[in-house]
Design a protein around this ligand. Sequence first.
Ligand SMILES: [Zn+2]
Length: 147
Amino acid sequence: MGMRPVAGQGVMTSPVGGRVEYRLARNAVVAEFRRGRLSRLDVCDAHPELVRAARHVGTPSGETCPICDEGDLVEVTFVFGARLPANGRCVTSPRELERLRRRKDPVVVYVVEVCPDCAWNHLVRMDPSGATLPGPPARAAGRPTAR
Ligand SMILES: [Zn+2]
């Protein structure tokens, strides 16, 4: 399945640093929406496959959707790495995630927050794990443009 929202934000398939949180970027988008600078069309653009994944394998985050104020947010986890689908493996259970993290090859775990009701979605965090992590710390990355 595709993971366009994250792919558009620059997916790294080989880990270059530690875990990166996208909470600030996420909150900035929510703030822009509340100020009326972004419409629902702008922010509720989850791919149908992502919404379906959210309904079936998402983990409830315990938060209410900041956009529609009705939906219960869920987190969907994707894993990228060698011998995994180019669009990432959509993880369906903690056990599967644990197994992927234990692989010899490095993997990168992406967690996306999704509202199944209105299709709001945003990257929550990126977490490289697995084999030894080479290279310098990852530079901070968020949504490339303030839409
Ligand atoms: Zn919503």
